[in-house]
Design a protein around this ligand. Structure first.
Ligand code: KIV
Ligand code: ZN
Length: 551
């Protein structure tokens, strides 16, 4: 008989919206988080870690809204992170209330270095807190996950004791984080085996792993962990996350899929079993990757495994020749299996509103009437310029609309004049949050620089542009161009993304989107500071930075 810690499939726990969102510049607003959560559900992840409810009102709202909209009876488990502190656990429980299946994920550090310098607590204090807080979380919810942070650098004997106490207090999942990405695959595998062999009640819990990619080994470490008994993998889309990121969902899932015969015996299956090792619908991988990249502004490197633009491209003559004769000569998986070729030409300039709405629904976008009207106008403009409108074009314009916060700065008009004998000049009109129309003009080193100088004169928030990139959504001269930018303000990074057939317009809109994120964060900081002065409570900004520094 299988024990709870030995199910014969792998549980995929996605933390894109929590750990992934912690990477500089990847901040998402609530609507963007909801859009991603819906897509994660279509992808088939088992658990969505939707945020850290106590960290900020925005995080709380996101966990609550995702719980209500995506955490349905047949949907994924929705999870909120919580330090092993009562107030955190209470906030998580409140935010998760609308979810049919909710999970509280509570954590405390166990390595001596964290205990001495960060927590300033003894081992016996940490043991008692872990036990007490797991029991406290259990009083709100049956599904409780416990993480001993920095487990990989903790004394294994102490780790075994903490895990035993957490499980006896009710933890159904114990998650083993390599918080600093330090482990080698064999060591990580041994750590998991040690836990299985030395924690007396381990058969009452699922073993999960969480790991950062500081040495580029997170995926390899997880696969070794699977061989030694881990059955839940905590990962993010495109591997985004703190520092070098997390283990990448698409790489893990495709490794388990392509090499299932290799992994089958470790999960107690017959070697040639064709049943999936995860519940993931792999054909949704490419779409999810693009959505997360567009909304977070975190570009995917061209040579990134599985989802990079070169991942299925064959450049050398010998490879091309082989692939033309038989794909298997140089390909271990089919582009179709990750949904890369599902880019159908679906609509044209004569398509009506109903066809448009139906296709968006099929693509998983659930728009309000107002959003649909705006997106339809964009589609009509696009269809006038571009003969065939594909699914990817539709996704680009809808994501673009989702990114534009309605009550902040809006781009009204942009006009440039440039050329090899002209001084690049731009005129820009913005609508301010209180509805004023402002126009200014500026010159720059090129048309984009001129546009950004003009916007800076209007918005007047001094910042540094640190990244600018343009990519085309599809091939062809009439393709939509996607612009992604990152800017730095006061040591923090904000990203912006936009798509348009005119890359100057996309550049202007991406910049306005990034400035709007900056603007929201300044507003939030001001209101946090006001609230904390009134309540004598640490401000959310300081809680977030405390958490960012440690999680
Ligand atoms: O990296 C880490 O240790 C974490 C824990 C909260 C699981 O993110
Ligand atoms: Zn982490």
């Amino acid at each position: 008989m299988k024990t709870q810690s030995q199910p014969d499939r792998i549980i995929i726990f996605d933390t894109t919206l929590r750990d992934g969102e912690q990477c500089p510049g990847a901040t998402l607003n609530v609507d963007e988080k909801l859009t991603i959560a819906r897509q994660l559900a279509r992808l088939g992840v088992d658990v969505i870690e939707a945020g850290f409810a106590f960290a900020s009102p925005g995080d709380f709202e996101a966990v609550e809204k995702i719980s209500a909209a995506v955490g349905t009876e047949n949907g994924p488990v929705i999870c909120s992170l919580a330090r092993a502190i009562k107030a955190d656990i209470e906030a998580a429980a409140r935010a998760l209330k609308p979810a049919a299946k909710g999970r509280i994920h509570t954590f405390i550090s166990t390595s001596d270095i964290h205990l001495e310098y960060q927590l300033k607590k003894t081992r016996s204090e940490v043991l008692a807190i872990a036990e007490e807080m797991v029991a406290y979380a259990k009083s709100f919810m049956d599904d409780v996950e416990f993480s001993p942070m920095d487990a990989a650098r903790s004394d294994p004997e102490f780790l075994y004791q903490v895990l035993e106490r957490a499980i006896s207090a009710g933890a159904n999942t114990v998650n083993i984080p390599d918080t600093v990405g330090y482990m080698m695959p064999e060591e990580f595998g041994n750590l998991i085996r040690g836990i299985r062999e030395n924690v007396p009640n381990i058969d009452q819990a699922i073993i999960s792993v969480h790991g950062h990619n500081d040495l580029g080994l997170a995926v390899a470490n997880f696969l070794e962990a699977v061989k030694n008994g881990a059955r839940q993998l905590e990962c993010t889309i495109n591997g985004i996350g703190e520092r070098a990121g997390n283990s990448a969902l698409e790489e893990l899932v495709m490794a388990l899929h392509v090499r299932r015969q290799y992994f089958n015996p470790y999960l107690g299956r017959s070697i040639d079993s064709e049943a999936g090792l995860t519940n993931i619908d792999t054909r949704q991988i490419y779409k999810t990757s693009r959505m997360v990249s567009n909304l977070t502004g975190m570009l995917v490197q061209p040579n990134k495994a599985i989802v990079g633009s070169n991942a299925f491209a064959h450049e050398s003559g010998i490879h091309q020749d082989g692939v033309l004769k038989n794909k298997l000569t140089y390909e271990i998986m089919d582009a179709q299996s990750i949904g890369l070729t599902d880019n159908q030409i679906v609509l044209g300039k004569h398509s009506g509103r109903n066809a448009f709405r139906t296709r968006l629904k099929e693509l998983g976008f659930d728009l309000s009437e107002q959003e649909l009207n705006k997106a339809f106008l964009r589609f009509k403009e696009l269809a006038d310029k571009k003969k065939d409108v594909t699914d990817w074009d539709l996704e680009a314009i809808v994501n673009d609309e989702i990114q534009q916060a309605p009550d902040l700065f809006r781009l009204e008009r942009v006009q440039v004049s440039c050329g090899d004998h002209a001084c690049p000049t731009a005129t820009v009109t913005l609508l301010t949050p209180d509805g004023q129309e402002l126009t200014d003009a500026a010159i720059g080193t090129g048309p984009v620089d001129a546009v950004y100088q003009a916007i800076n004169r209007l918005v007047n928030v001094p910042n540094q542009l640190i990244e600018f990139s343009v990519q085309s959504v599809t091939a062809g001269i009439d393709a939509i161009g996607e612009v992604t930018i990152r800017l730095r303000y006061d040591g923090r990074i904000f990203s912006g993304h936009s798509a348009n057939t005119d890359i100057i317009v996309a550049s202007a809109q991406a910049y306005v989107n990034a400035l709007n994120r900056l603007y929201v964060s300044l507003q939030r900081q001001a209101s946090d500071e006001k609230n904390s002065e009134m309540s004598n409570r640490p401000s959310n900004a300081s809680i977030v930075s405390m958490v960012e520094g440690s999680v």
